[in-house]
Design a protein around this ligand. Structure first.
Ligand code: MN
Length: 437
């Protein structure tokens, strides 16, 4: 678990002036990673770090001989077209690179002029999924989401008895994960309508989003060797935004007894920027359980996890319909919440995933599950906000929404802020629904 160091100093400023503007997602204290290339080009993707409204080209920087010492190997690993090699290294290397980048990007750096040649405006680049994702697992860590959903699917028993003991998850699909800007056709699926004698094959009529975080795995573990919770976070590279698009009508028919399948695997959108756990260190909170709930089993418990296992990452969901964009209207906020309400921590997810000997690999992705907060206004999916489609949301155009229509665009945003700390952000995770193919 990271302690605060000179890279977190809220007084630090950068010679990249846009990084010093109030409200920027990417001040010097953040330094998140992505892969990028000039927009519309056929150049190879390479690692980049966000600073203000610019991206620092790590492949170009590696060619300059500005960064030396222990950070040099990490920089070389970050120059490729995916971040898997960097992810495979570990916290010592990541931390050395963060410190070196913080120093050369700081106001007054003697290397400013040489580095300026390695910057590109973020507005002129395009991104790709930042890692080769071998496996993707989606968890279910919001007890509020689990209860709200459970009430609709099983009114007599909303929260199943295992929930407070087991971090529930399912194995998802990596092939359909795309980066922000992703578009996808409304899925077609098998749906059992109420009162029907048999299922129909139709375009999804209850298309939803899920507000989640994505957790990128760093160094893996050998098969058969569980990762203990005490060292779980040293296997985590960082966190991005994740939208787990969901076909609720397909899900309702297919989910028993093995869980979601085609209702989830047609598309998943992630943000291009991965914020490292070290950057998130100022935003840690104690992990607590509500009064009367069981304490985690010993393999899911540690003093560090109790003391600072939770993260206060603020999150919001924004909607823009095709008509709103035609009229030049701003996105509408559907809900806002914080990751602090999650029932299981990042360390607990890693420890649980590997307790049976399952091996994680660098670049694997863990979804947090829909991050609904305690109140309905903090719900992370339309199925909760509209109570299963019964209470439509009124939009400023006069349109109404229960579930997503064609041309609807959902944007997730995340950020951390607290008095005396530098505000850091995650950028945006946007995706747009196209008509059924
Ligand atoms: Mn999900």
């Amino acid at each position: 678990m990271h302690t605060l160091n000179e890279t977190h100093d809220p007084a630090l400023t950068s010679w990249v002036e846009s990084a010093n503007l109030a409200g920027t997602d990417f001040p010097l204290q953040n330094l998140p990673f992505s892969v990028f290339r000039p927009r519309g080009s056929a150049e190879a993707f390479r690692g980049g770090v966000a600073i203000g409204d610019q991206v620092l080209d790590l492949a170009a920087l590696a060619g300059l001989d500005v960064i030396d010492g222990p950070a040099k190997a990490a920089l070389a690993a970050a120059a490729g077209d995916t971040l898997n090699a960097l992810m495979a290294q570990g916290p010592a290397e990541w931390s050395a690179l963060r410190l070196a980048l913080s120093r050369v990007l700081r106001s007054g750096s003697a290397d400013a002029q040489r580095l300026a040649a390695c910057l590109a405006p973020q507005a002129e680049v395009e991104h790709e999924v930042p890692a080769r994702i071998g496996d993707y697992t989606d968890f279910y860590t919001s007890v509020h989401h689990a209860t709200n959903i459970g009430r609709q699917f099983r009114p007599d028993q909303p929260l199943l008895p295992n929930y407070k003991w087991v971090p529930i998850g399912y194995h998802g699909r990596a092939s359909s994960i795309g980066v922000s800007g992703q578009t996808f056709s409304r899925p077609v699926g098998q749906v059992m309508k109420p009162g029907a004698e048999g299922p129909a094959v139709v375009p999804c009529a209850r298309l939803d989003y899920e507000l989640e975080l994505g957790i990128f795995v760093g160094p893996g573990n050998a098969q058969g060797q569980p990762i203990p919770i005490a060292s779980a976070e040293s296997h985590v590279f960082g966190i991005c935004l994740l939208n787990d698009w969901s076909a609720r009508d397909v899900q309702g028919w297919e989910y028993q007894p093995l869980g979601p399948f085609l209702s989830k695997n047609f598309a998943t959108t992630i943000s291009p920027w991965i914020v490292t756990l070290e950057a998130l260190a100022p935003y840690r909170l104690p992990f607590t359980r509500p009064e009367g709930d069981p304490q985690p089993l010993p393999y899911l418990d540690s003093p560090e996890n109790r003391g600072a296992g939770a993260l206060d990452i603020r999150l919001e969901v924004l909607l823009s319909t095709g008509r709103m964009r035609e009229r030049g209207m701003p996105d509408m906020r559907l809900s806002a919440t914080s990751y602090r309400h999650a029932y299981w921590t990042v360390a607990q997810l890693v420890a649980h995933h590997t307790m049976n000997g399952c091996n994680l690999r660098p670049g694997d992705l863990l979804g947090s599950g829909t991050l609904s907060g305690p109140s309905l206004q903090e719900a992370g999916a339309l199925i909760e906000l509209t109570t299963g489609g019964q209470n439509p949301i009124e939009l400023p155009t006069g349109e109404r929404r229960t579930f997503l229509e064609d041309a609807d665009q959902i944007t997730l945003r995340g950020w951390c802020e607290a008095p005396g700390r530098a505000r850091i952000g995650f950028g945006a995770c946007a995706g747009t629904v196209l008509p059924a193919a």
